[in-house]
Design a binder for this molecule. Sequence first.
Ligand code: ADP
Ligand code: ZN
Length: 586
Amino acid sequence: MKLEDILQKYYGYETFREGQKELIEHVMNNQSALGILPTGGGKSICYQVPGIARGGLTLVISPLISLMKDQVDTLSAAGIPAAYLNSQQKAAEVRAVESDLKKGAYQFLYVAPERFEQNNFRYLLTQLDIRLIAFDEAHCISKWGHDFRPSYRQVVSRVMTIGAPCIAVTATATVDVRKDIQELLYISDDCVVETSIKRDNLDFKIDPTFQKDKMVRRYVKEHMKDSGIIYATTRKQVEALSEQFTDQNISHTIYHAGLSSEVREQNQTAFVNDNSPVMIATNAFGMGIDKSNVRYVIHYNLPQDLESYYQEAGRAGRDGLQSECILLYSEQDIRLQQFFIGNTPDEVIQERKKEKLEKMVQYTKTTQCLQGTLINYFNPEEHLEPCGRCTNCLMEAKYDMSVEAKKLMSCLIRIKTPVSRGILTKVIRGEQVSQEMSQLSTFGLMKDYETKDIHGFIDTLLFNGYLDEIDGKLHVHPSAKDVLMSDVKIMTHYHPVSYNERVTIHTLVNVDEDLFEHLKKVRKELSVEMNVPPFTIFSDRTLTLFAQKQPTTKQEMFHIEGVGSYKLKHYCPRFIEAIKSYQSTV
Ligand code: ADP
Ligand code: ZN
């Protein structure tokens, strides 16, 4: 089967993303390869598609037990037989998997590095038809990685004798790590594929609010239907936020190192399965969580460095839909981080950490594009255009409102008596207020503007002191004559166009929200029946497309991104039924 056909059949995607095809072709040519792709960039497909194409068994070495289960669920949901072996399984389960393996029942086997220390497992491997070896989270092999696992490094010499090509994937891209992996796995320079770590669907925001609690509660309430993570630095802060949420009846769950492992596991599952869409956690949470529909990540405190920030914030929007990463911070946060650094015994490391914290603080102060600042930190050579969506870009999108200012102020002068902003807005938009006002030459002068745009301009004029608002009535200040008589420019942060963009951030055009919610319920039912997480059935993106296009035949459904032939057969009938019955009720 052609690579594209596999992608279409099992995943329902039409084209490969940047880097995927190139990487896959290397291993199809029996060359070992390394892929450095951003989080959410689609690393799994890079080893799964060639794994299917090469036939036999693909051995996937993964240091994250939580990730294994998700991956196996996702593969099984797409009709690809897969299994995992790790230390948390019961002996009987392990024996069953091993005996199925010998029968050639699986196409993918996920294993933890420690497993290779067992003689009988190594013996088992010699009996299997392994045709590809994949190293997931490959930076853990490297001594220079931020998450080095010695047992992972030892696996390398043990699997090299198998005689299948290796594919290593990671999102961490420092030069040292990359060289180290290449040497260990004999990967030549031209078999390294690296794409930008830029994530276009993430909107970075900074909010230096003093009322963090209020902001967080309000945000979560306004996004009740969305899944999100709130990171706080200490367990105590997590508990405190949780208490507030409970008081306000906001459903949520928590995660930090002070909870027992059963409770942690339970809470994590509740979050991943969408039973509890909001997670409040310390940075102990998130490694290996493969939940694709996280719509926002809020940092309640300043993290210790930009590596941590980008990794944690990057857990938003893995399905490619627009998502927000919001950083709240205070001076106190900086002092807390400095305190932690002060406790580091090694002086060299202490210095390094201080420098990194300094960069983190600079991020909160920059007036440059936030996305650009982040990418630049990791890869100073990458040239970027301003993203146009982060808080700084929106602020920068200054709008010259001199003409509108003149129109508004002359209208107010012609009305002669002070009026409320509501009246001024009506007159200038050409809405009937009184006979007299309709006769004014400024009546309807700004009929093409929306009410909220005009309010935005009035706010700026008030802020600049050209207007005064006394007892709810607008007065023209004497300084306004500078604007009316000369060429004084009035700029505003308020930008009608970007304002509109901000409001529509979460909504695709023509998506029927009720239908979307309904389809989510259907997905949830299926997920309970099949005992797999909801997102392995269809991503939020695919459901959104269903709600937008409302396909009612298999033919129509097949053309939607995320629908492969397996899912078409096994899941789509339920969704078609749901869409049809929804249409008949509206
Ligand atoms: P990561 O690189 O973080 O491991 P994943 O492999 O989990 O990323 O992929 C992230 C999401 O992108 C998944 O929902 C996956 O199905 C989707 N994806 C991967 N490749 C493609 C593609 N070629 N077209 C569309 N979506 C894709
Ligand atoms: Zn920007």
